[in-house]
Design a protein around this ligand. Structure first.
Ligand SMILES: [Zn+2]
Length: 271
């Protein structure tokens, strides 16, 4: 049984990178809604716009993108997130390329997150009846390759400096995963928001009401804990609490401050 549920932790800034509209709602919207409620600022980055996700030959990929971006923006709003970036890669054809890595480094340096949430590129088979979508694996791999070490290396993608963007070291990565989890986030207070956000993806839900399925999964994940519903992550802490408190992800000299006391450092690190 994992020891950490990270019940009290709320990051200041959360950047979420996924492949498709609705991936966030299935994976991490309960956690994001909880953090936003507790004061976090969040931005979503969608690599594709779900252009081939509507199974109706009359709907062109361009039209599907328009519909699905609108649904994703509405879903974000339900979770309290106003800020959604669409990179416009083609659904079904996403690859972990250097071009995508650079774009994600730009997004990381632009937003300077404390936490990055992304998909699990190592998940291939899920149970006996599902193969994880290649776009999910590509988006997860590209996000991980961007956040470490690329975004924190000032000499890499140095041209981004011309856009006023400086290297940034993210404090923690939350890989949304159901098989490699080491962290169980209590979403009991926000599961209704997660479900409501998922329902905004009307082109995907059709007549299906996801309530029972989502509650079933979330309650399975909370088994053994004192709360009812959970989302699960593999959390990688890239920076120590002390380093984060001093530098807030800045790498170049001139940004870091010496904390006055150790207690102060710990307080600001856990805020
Ligand atoms: Zn997806």
């Amino acid at each position: 049984m994992p020891s950490s549920s990270n019940r009290k932790y709320t990051p200041d800034r959360v950047l979420v990178i996924v492949a498709h509209p609705d991936d966030i709602e299935f994976g991490s919207a309960g956690t994001i809604a909880r953090w936003v409620r507790d004061g976090a600022q969040a931005r979503y980055v969608l690599c594709t716009s779900g252009q081939v996700g509507i199974k109706d030959p009359a709907v062109t990929p361009q039209e599907a993108a328009r519909i699905r971006e609108a649904e994703q923006t509405a879903a974000a709003r339900v979770a309290g997130v106003e800020d959604v970036v669409y990179l416009g890669y083609l659904d079904g054809m996403l690859e972990n390329t250097m071009a995508l890595r650079k774009q994600l480094v730009r997004e990381i340096r632009r937003f300077r997150p404390e936490v990055l949430i992304c998909q699990d590129p190592t998940a291939l088979f899920v149970g006996d009846s599902y193969i994880n979508h290649p776009d999910h694996r590509a988006a997860g791999g590209a996000a991980l390759d961007a956040v470490f070490p690329a975004a924190g290396m000032p000499a890499l993608f140095q041209e981004l400096e011309e856009e006023g963007l400086e290297a940034h070291e993210t404090r923690k990565v939350y890989v949304s995963t159901w098989q490699n989890a080491n962290t169980y986030v209590d979403i009991t207070d926000t599961i209704e928001i997660k479900i409501e956000a998922l329902k905004q993806h009307k082109s995907q839900m059709g007549d299906w009401d996801p309530t029972e399925r989502i509650k079933g999964w979330a309650s399975e994940r909370a088994q053994g804990f004192e709360f009812a519903y959970a989302e699960t992550f593999k959390v990688i802490s890239l920076k120590s609490d002390e380093d984060w408190a001093r530098c807030r992800g800045y790498v170049l000299p001139g940004h870091c401050k010496e904390p006055e006391t150790e207690a102060e450092a710990l307080t600001s690190a856990s805020r």
